[in-house]
Ligand binder design. Sequence first.
Ligand SMILES: [Zn+2]
Length: 92
Amino acid sequence: MALQGVYQLINDRNTKLERELNKVTLPINECPHCGCAIFYRKDYMSGSSWYYASNTIDVENGSMYDGLKTTYGKWWHCDDCHKRVFEDEDVE
Ligand SMILES: [Zn+2]
């Protein structure tokens, strides 16, 4: 893959992640067990995705996950100790 294509992919992914990050407010700032400030929810996806590429034209894949059926996890976990720390229903 051309380097420009790699940069485009990283850009698309970061833009999508920033959008998603800005949408949520978590009920805690730090893990009560270890103090880590990063949390994750494990989601399950199924369906088909289209990945575009070209040798001569810049293409973007920012919407490659949009058509997937997503089942969201019930619990959020600490990124460091992986313990359950809060439920998804407590996220705004
Ligand atoms: Zn922790």
